[in-house]
Design a protein around this ligand. Structure first.
Ligand code: MLT
Length: 273
């Protein structure tokens, strides 16, 4: 399905009853909603699961190739409005987590709880920014396929290349299909995002934090820092996983996710309903 939001078409999928507790999945960079395929059906057995393609990704419009995390938050809220969802649980991985953290700061009343997967509140360091600018040069010169081949090496734990080759290929294929204009524009959005550490103390919703034990992009230390600052948070370190926890160890990931959704369903959703 598609919704015309903030001047562009945003593609989304939806499964489960719209009467059930809404759960919205926000993917990482530069993926698409397809990365959540192992989570949507299990979530839909008890909730209304919605996953969408962030502007510039998957089947959503590319627009002018200029993006900000703030604009992605506007799109998330516009999607909730479009679907007439007053409050949802939001599940964000990495860039999806950056969007989630800003959405929680700007619109706390639109959420019932949050799942922060392999993400961080800190903005990019100068060194991180310079790496992004280098990546922009490379993707413009050599295209998305080369970017995909390089980037998957960082995304997965070493063992996942033999244990979960289908997950690696799924992500490689999604990145290869993402236009280089969109990858370059999103890299700039990531480099210019704000630091959300100062807002973590204000989050009063239940939050589940998940991180792969071998995540080198947003390492476990960043998740521990989130856990220390978010009052009602629980933290789980996923064994046998790098940055793509939901794909590398879906059994562990889904057990924690579904347990959390049941808890939020009993507290926030029943309470709100
Ligand atoms: C992601 O998975 O969304 C990106 O790796 C995030 C980042 O590069 O900061």
């Amino acid at each position: 399905m598609n919704a015309f939001l903030n001047g562009g078409w945003i593609h989304y999928v939806s499964m489960g009853s719209p009467q059930a507790m809404p759960v919205v999945f926000v993917h990482g960079f530069p993926f698409s909603q397809e990365m959540w395929s192992a989570q949507i059906a299990p979530t839909a057995t008890r909730c209304w699961a919605v996953a969408y393609d962030i502007r510039g990704h998957g089947s959503s419009d590319i627009g002018d190739g200029q993006y900000t995390i703030e604009g992605h938050v506007d799109d998330l809220i516009a999607l909730l409005d479009h679907l007439r969802i007053p409050r949802a649980v939001v599940v964000g991985l990495s860039m999806g987590g950056y969007v989630t953290l800003r959405a929680l700061a700007r619109h706390p009343d639109r959420f019932l709880g949050a799942v922060l997967c392999d993400t961080r509140s800190e903005a990019d360091s100068d060194e991180g920014k310079l790496k992004r600018y280098e990546a922009i040069r490379t993707v413009k010169k050599e295209g998305s396929a080369r970017f995909a081949d390089d980037f998957v090496q960082l995304l997965f734990a070493r063992e996942s290349f033999t244990r979960k080759p289908e997950a690696v290929e799924l992500i490689r294929t999604i990145i290869r299909r993402t236009p280089s204009l969109s990858i370059a524009g999103t890299l700039l959005a990531l480099a210019s995002r704000t630091d959300t550490t100062g807002s973590l103390g204000k989050i009063s919703l239940p939050v589940l934090i998940i991180v792969g034990e071998h995540d080198v992009i947003t390492p476990p230390a960043s998740s521990r820092s989130l856990h220390e600052r978010i009052r009602k948070s629980e933290l789980h370190v996923v064994p046998d996983a790098g940055h793509m926890t939901n794909l590398e160890n879906p059994e562990f990931f889904n057990e924690k996710l579904l347990g959390f959704l049941t808890k939020v369903g009993q507290s926030e959703w029943n309470h709100a309903g």
